[in-house]
Design a protein around this ligand. Structure first.
Ligand code: SF4
Length: 319
């Protein structure tokens, strides 16, 4: 996960909760991709150190367990960069240029000069990040599948040119609910509608209290349609079935007010956030725990990547 900005409930319900489940089923490697943050944020690197730390705190607060999975920072495992360099020798430019997100993102971030190799080579660095572990699976969202396709092509090209070293990584796609933000659009940093894991209880409560509702419910006596209310969309994720039925019926019959409905949601979001707040607080007060975890994770990651790079150097005929 790229270290750029704070994590929100959408990231928790989407990626992180899935990662937590996977750590019991696979030998997982999770890292903060700080080099990736440079591909678009090279002109101002001042936020990277803090956001790297914050992301690590969120990994742990969300339930990643360093006893079950390997947690580290990309830039500490230099072999990612070595493999990236070697793969750049065999990767045709056209493969990188045709990754759909390349042009889309350039458009999206028009104010930044992204005509750099680092930005074009983003999917190549990502390929190195994956295949340096000779990984079989990558837990990705559907939008990342084209990136993974190029990783498969590059692995195949390496295997064809030199030696069968890399498995072609497959996507481990997971269905997860779309999390809406406080304005009803998809929860996103760029829409300024997100509830962040680093928000205080007061902030979370305020954000939910002021959330958009079904516009037809102006007064408590107006009947509403919960399906048109972002509050109900969040109930579907965070509330029990019984509570969902209770608020949906209450909304349709004007038997419940929006304030009461939101109070139930606040209680349930708090239930999810409370252990996260507790853990965040503990880690923020004791940063040495983070250092210890990262050092341990880095050592383990380096052991695997060094083995891979030994094979790669030999296969490519380097001395
Ligand atoms: S009662 Fe709940 S679901 Fe219905 S409009 Fe109000 S906040 Fe939304």
């Amino acid at each position: 996960m790229q270290s750029s900005g704070k994590l929100h409930l959408g990231n928790l319900v989407g990626a992180l909760s899935n990662w937590v489940k996977l750590q019991d089923q696979y030998d997982c490697y999770y890292f903060v991709a700080d080099w990736h943050a440079l591909t678009t944020g090279y002109a101002d690197t001042s936020p990277i150190k803090e956001s790297t730390k914050d992301l690590l705190i969120n990994f742990l607060a969300a339930g990643l367990d360093p006893e079950k999975c390997t947690i580290f920072i990309q830039s500490r495992v230099i072999e990612h960069a070595e493999l990236h360099l070697l793969l750049s020798m065999i990767t045709p430019l056209g493969w990188l240029e045709r990754v759909p997100t390349y042009k889309e993102k350039q458009q999206e971030l028009k104010e930044r000069d992204l005509s750099t190799y680092g930005f074009l080579g983003y999917p190549l660095l990502q390929t190195a990040d994956i295949i340096v572990y000779r990984a079989k699976y990558v837990p990705v969202g559907i939008d990342q599948v084209p990136h993974l396709e190029i990783s498969r092509e590059i692995a195949r090209r390496f295997n064809y040119l030199y030696k069968e070293i890399f498995p072609e990584p497959e996507a481990l796609l997971t269905e997860f609910p779309k999390v809406v933000g406080t304005d009803g659009r998809k929860m996103s940093k760029s829409y300024d509608n997100a509830i962040y894991l680093s928000d205080s209880p007061e902030e979370v409560e305020k954000k939910i209290r002021t959330m958009v509702t079904d516009p037809a419910r102006i007064k408590k006596t107006d009947v509403g349609n919960p399906e048109l209310s972002p509050v109900y969309q969040l109930h579907k994720i965070f509330s029990s079935k019984k509570e969902q039925d209770h608020v949906a019926t209450g909304c349709r019959t004007a038997g419940i007010g929006c304030i009461e409905c939101k109070k139930i949601l606040i209680k349930n979001v708090f239930k999810v956030m409370e252990p996260i707040w507790k853990k965040r607080d503990e880690l923020t007060r004791n940063p040495e725990i983070l250092d210890h975890i990262v050092n341990k994770g880095t050592d383990k990651a380096k052991k695997v990547t060094e083995e891979t790079m030994q094979l790669v150097r030999e296969a490519m005929g380097l001395y």
